[in-house]
Design a protein around this ligand. Structure first.
Ligand SMILES: Nc1ncnc2c1ncn2[C@@H]1O[C@H](COP(=O)(O)OP(=O)(O)OP(=O)(O)O)[C@@H](O)[C@H]1O
Ligand SMILES: [Mg+2]
Length: 371
């Protein structure tokens, strides 16, 4: 396996215009990284019963699939939404496997013209599952074609251009569309409404991540102790992909510096080297928190000022660091600016001054907070 090194990030993982930290190994980035596809695939649960967590979604989906199989019909179209690395692609594959149908995979960015979609749709076989990843990035004209296909199993193929163009209707076999999106909010209403079932995936709790790690360790042949699994789970940001990635890095460490066994002490020592702290914060996350607390007394401080203080672009701070800091309850976005919560002070091991935050806005009177 490739050990990650400088410059190992995919373009999508590299924060746009990041400052001097771009050579960091971004171990806790939830999006898939360059050499990870094969590993992701190898660790994917193949059946609903193997899929850990997301109990409600699993139960609901199980019902839909069994009922459809019982009727011998294609299940309703399914929309999977949720942050990267939580199992959308995995679930799409499971859906096809559970109903014993082939899976056709395409994605929004690959469909830039209605013709691209027409080509995919017209080659579907009866009952086939069509997985459209990043469906929110599909081109508009294709989207309109998809409405008709989802509802009436029909496409109008336009032949010719201009006034002489004619639409030739083409019937499609019944199929099941599985759409995935990290940005459900960006989907136009008419598209969202055409899905019979929407599953929103949530972050996993540490117990569920522990189970996922135990399963992955078995598949990878890693001797993982329960306390080691727990330690890695706690640092995985609620994301199975991050958990699996940390497991692989800790395994490397255990093999090179230890006896190959992953226990708590090994996990702690390994993740210290990789700059992933006890809450799963990496160097960027921590420098944002530290700046907020040490330079601005805990805020409120505007995003722009905070970004300058850590030497990063505002987009990097806002899109890479903040989402997890907010979710972990360490940082809050207020109309007046960013503030550190008491948990942030505690996590950094610093006493919170009383009344500090109230005055801190003086640091940043002009910086709008772009809420
Ligand atoms: N519930 C789960 N149980 C076990 N493993 C899981 C689960 N969910 C995800 N994983 C693992 O996490 C990895 C990432 O999952 P997946 O590729 O399905 O995420 P995704 O939501 O499609 O991410 P993206 O938005 O980046 O496409 C996979 O390798 C899979 O093995
Ligand atoms: Mg995916």
């Amino acid at each position: 396996m490739n050990a990650p090194g400088p410059g190992d990030e995919t373009p999508s993982a590299a924060p746009s215009g990041a400052g001097d930290h771009v050579d960091d190994v971004d171990l806790v980035d939830p999006s898939v990284q360059a050499d990870e596809g094969a590993i992701d695939a190898a660790l994917r649960p193949k059946q609903l019963a193997e899929f850990v967590g997301q109990t409600r979604v699993r139960e609901q989906l199980g019902l839909i699939l069994s009922a459809a199989s019982g009727r011998g019909a294609a299940p309703d179209h399914v929309l999977l939404s949720g942050p990267p690395g939580l199992g959308k692609t995995t679930l799409a594959m499971i859906i096809a496997a559970e109903i014993n149908q082939p899976l056709r995979i395409s994605s929004g960015p690959a469909i830039q013209h209605a013709g691209d979609l027409a080509a995919v749709l017209s080659s579907l076989t009866e009952g086939e599952v069509l997985f459209l990843d990043e469906i929110h990035r599909m081109a508009r004209p294709a989207e309109e074609m998809l409405y008709l296909a989802m509802e009436d199993f029909r496409v109008d193929v336009i032949v010719g251009k201009g006034p002489g163009a004619t639409a030739i209707p083409l019937d499609l076999p019944p199929f099941t569309l599985v759409g995935a999106t990290t940005r459900a909010g960006l989907l136009p209403g008419p598209l969202r409404d055409r899905f019979g079932f929407t599953a929103h995936l949530d972050f996993y709790d540490p117990d569920q991540l522990t189970s996922i790690l135990v399963r992955s360790a078995e598949l990878l042949g890693v001797p993982l102790k329960p306390d080691g699994a727990e330690e890695i789970a706690g640092r995985s940001r609620g994301t199975p992909r991050v958990a699996n990635r940390l497991l692989r890095r800790v395994r490397d460490f255990a093999e090179v510096r230890g006896q190959g066994i992953v226990d708590r002490a090994t996990a702690q020592a390994a993740l210290k080297i990789y700059d992933v702290d006890a809450l799963g914060l990496d160097r960027l996350d921590r420098s944002v928190l530290e700046a907020l607390v040490q330079k601005f007394g805990g805020g409120p401080v505007g995003l722009g000022t905070l970004a300058v203080a850590v030497g990063e672009e505002r987009e990097t701070v806002e899109e890479v660091a903040e989402p997890y800091l907010v979710r972990a309850g360490l940082l809050a976005r207020t109309p007046r600016g960013r503030i550190a919560t008491p948990a942030a002070w505690q996590h950094l091991g610093m006493p919170q001054p009383t009344g500090g935050a109230a005055h801190a806005s003086l640091f940043d009177p002009l910086d709008d907070t772009d809420q």
